[in-house]
Design a protein around this ligand. Structure first.
Ligand SMILES: NC(=O)c1ccc[n+]([C@@H]2O[C@H](COP(=O)([O-])OP(=O)(O)OC[C@H]3O[C@@H](n4cnc5c(N)ncnc54)[C@H](OP(=O)(O)O)[C@@H]3O)[C@@H](O)[C@H]2O)c1
Length: 252
């Protein structure tokens, strides 16, 4: 059975990925939706044509990961598409953000993503695809998002190195870099209107477009994808200019 696994599928971009896989992929028998809120996952599943499995799972919890692996084994699943999308951020001075949140971002955005990838790879074959939800925050360090931007720099670096390693197995890893999207992420990150001049003025990415177009980029075996022209340009600028200048431009 060929499956797509999507973490953080209960809302925002992950939910859009579920809809995009449902509508634009005909090589998937079942979509596995992972997140903590089972009720929200069931709501998403009810809207899909493709067969779905709701997997209530805190991906930072070892016992949930064990259950996920046992499920993969018992279902004899082949993962065609792994979308590592679950993540959260907090904006604020490092010392004002709780230790729990600072460590929690690393645990979810870096450690859990690494663990899920590690346990999923044995279930992937040639032509498999991994999509890692990264961020424009990976292009340069961001003050007032010190830990979050560092976690996304990890995702970018990990994803690119993994892609290179997996070339011989014909598996691609794509790093997707959205700008701000109007999902549950922003209020959870304490980013509301008036909280940051930069966030108030940055163009919004459309999660539906990001999901659909990044799936196409993944099929084309790209390494990095930014949807909005503004953020394609920012990525280029961040590569050329000295980091301290980019940090000034992107200061939140
Ligand atoms: N929105 C933006 O401005 C923006 C910009 C750039 C990048 N991103 C990235 O995009 C990704 C998706 O975020 P979003 O904007 O769609 O925000 P969102 O709506 O808050 O979605 C986050 C998802 O992660 C899941 N999640 C959180 N903790 C989890 C855990 N311990 N175990 C399993 N699932 C967990 C949440 O589900 P449950 O609460 O049900 O577990 C939810 O489905 C994140 O990686 C984020 O860093 C977002």
């Amino acid at each position: 059975m060929k499956i797509a696994v999507i973490t953080g599928a209960s809302s925002g971009l992950g939910r859009e990925y579920a809809w995009a896989v449902d509508n634009f992929r005909d090589d998937i028998d079942e979509i596995w939706l992972l997140a903590r809120r089972e009720d929200k996952l069931k709501e998403v599943a009810a809207t899909l044509k493709t067969k779905c499995r709701v997997v209530k799972c805190d991906i930072t919890d070892d016992s949930c990961i064990k259950e996920y692996v046992e499920l993969l084994q018992s279902e004899n699943a082949e993962i065609k598409l792994l979308i590592n999308n679950a993540g959260f951020g907090k904006m604020g001075m490092f010392y004002d953000i709780s230790t729990e949140d600072n460590a929690g971002m690393i645990r979810l955005n870096c450690e859990a993503l690494t663990v899920i990838t590690s346990v999923s790879l044995p279930f992937m074959k040639e032509q498999g695809e991994i999509i890692n939800t990264c961020s424009i925050a990976s292009f340069a360090p961001n003050s007032r998002m010190a830990v979050y931007s560092s976690t996304k720099a990890f995702v970018m670096s990990f994803s690119r190195a993994l892609r290179s390693e997996l070339k011989s197995r014909k598996i691609n890893a794509l790093s997707v870099c959205p700008g701000p999207m109007e999902t549950e992420f922003l209020p959870l990150a304490n980013i509301g209107k008036g909280d940051s001049k930069t966030f108030d003025t940055l163009p919004r990415d459309n999660p539906k477009r990001v999901a659909k177009n990044s799936l196409k980029a993944s099929k084309k075996k790209k390494a990095v994808y930014a949807d909005h022209i503004f953020y394609k340009f920012y990525r280029l600028v961040a590569k050329i200019l000295p980091t301290r200048l980019v940090m000034k431009m992107a200061a939140t």
